[in-house]
Design a protein around this ligand. Structure first.
Ligand code: PLP
Length: 413
């Protein structure tokens, strides 16, 4: 791309940006002095769509006016409205997607079904330094099944002196551990480095070796394009509060490939996973819905789902392909400017990335604190990483330009 290090170039890109009008659909943070904020934290908590308060008010009114009748009118199947737009984001059939619970809770529920170690196949391949919640979930599942992590956990670490994984090392580990692998479980985008894994190749290679494949898509959903169904991924889950802008603690997404919908293996059951035709006849025997919904346990948190409904509407209008293309351009522009203007900053994120750059700077914490004071909302990860995540739906090329100038000024202090 022919990027240029000038504000007039950034202005021109913003003028030509087909998605620029989406910024107006979000509440954009201001600080108390009405100073300009640059919000580069879409990888942590996306901004609030402006339609959310009205939509929540409508639901509260329905509850106020109709009480439990609201359940019959609208809430009993409310979550179904979220399946199709969510499926469009992860490349799935609507029947393969359900919105429920929180991410780590879902990971545990999915592991109940998809990690049942046998005498021969019992190992789990994960990234070393995966997000801690993944690490805890996997290790606790391993010990729940009576194994210890020394025998059952295969962690793939970056090679000496590197920050990011060499994907070949994942494939080599799959080959090496072969038919002792029960499960390969990876973050599709590494939360710390922003590295995007080739999920299609890993899935097909893992399947050739008879393993089950699951992904944590926390940093993928709404960020990069996914084709979970076609890739043959067995299961996945993602939170919706990051790029998907559904608010703090919003309910998470689950994907279960349709090959597993007639599931006879283990699962933790609840009435919301029971056949809808007989659910309210209250039968004693559990008869699961033969879609991803069969993994639901409890009835849906309607108020928590409203912001997701609002943001999915924006995603539907913008289109995932356009969002991804703008993300590539915005992040590419950020990288271009950092390389030119900030030679003392190292970029950890490799070429295969989404809308996130992880950078490392000497005295990083001091720099980070100053950036926050100056109104750049980004985040800090120990020991020395600042994550910058421009969001295609609400950030601009001018903000990218101004961010790099601000970092330059702070480094010059
Ligand atoms: C990669 C990853 N996994 C798991 C989690 C934990 O999510 P939750 O608290 O929604 O379970 C997060 C949260 O940021 C995450 O980024």
């Amino acid at each position: 791309m022919n990027f240029k290090d000038s504000i007039s170039y950034a202005e021109k890109e913003d003028q030509e940006d087909q998605l620029s009008h989406f910024r107006q659909k979000f509440f954009y943070p201001k600080d108390s002095l009405d100073k300009k904020i640059i919000y580069f934290c879409g990888n942590s908590l996306g901004l609030q769509p402006k339609s959310v308060p009205e939509l929540i008010k409508n639901e509260l009114e329905l509850w106020g006016e109709k009480g439990v009748l609201g359940q019959h009118i609208r809430w009993v199947d409310f979550h179904e409205r979220l399946a199709k737009p969510s499926a469009n984001i992860v490349g799935a059939k609507p029947s393969e997607v359900v919105i429920m619970n929180a991410l780590t809770v879902n990971i545990h529920l999915l592991l109940v079904s998809f990690y049942h170690p046998q005498k021969k196949r019992f190992k789990v391949i994960i990234e070393k330094d995966a997000f801690p919640s993944d690490q805890y979930a996997i290790e606790s599942q391993i010990s729940f099944h009576g194994y210890n992590k020394e025998e059952a956990l295969v962690e793939i670490a970056p090679r000496d002196g590197r920050k990011v994984l060499d994907e070949k090392d994942i494939l080599d580990a799959i080959e090496l551990h072969g038919d002792s692998i029960a499960l390969i479980y990876l973050g599709g985008v590494n939360y710390y480095t922003g590295q995007v894994f080739d999920m299609e190749s890993i899935t097909s290679f893992g399947k050739k070796h008879g393993a089950t494949i699951g992904f944590n898509l926390a940093h993928c959903a709404g960020n990069i394009e996914l084709e979970l169904h076609d890739w043959g991924v067995d299961f996945a889950s993602w939170c919706t509060y990051k790029y998907l802008c559904a608010g703090p603690g919003s309910p998470a997404g689950v994907f279960i490939h349709e090959d597993h919908h007639d599931w006879k293996g283990p699962r933790f059951a609840g009435w919301w996973g029971h056949d809808k035709n007989t659910r309210f006849k209250m039968p004693a025997e559990f008869s699961p819905i033969k879609t991803a919904e069969g993994w639901q346990i409890s009835n849906a948190p309607i108020m928590g789902m409203i912001p997701l409904m609002a943001s999915l509407e924006l995603y539907e209008k913008a289109g995932m392909e356009n969002i991804r293309n703008k993300g590539i351009k915005l992040t590419g522009y950020l990288e271009f400017l950092i390389k030119i203007d900030l030679p003392e900053v190292s970029i950890i994120t490799p070429n295969n990335k989404g809308s996130q750059l992880s950078i490392s700077i000497k005295k990083g914490r001091q720099v980070f604190d100053r950036l926050i004071e100056e109104g750049l909302i980004c985040d800090w990860r120990e020991p020395d990483v600042i994550r910058l995540a421009p969001h295609p739906l609400f950030n601009t090329f001018q903000e990218v330009f101004n961010t790099v100038k601000l970092i330059r000024d702070v480094l010059n202090e």
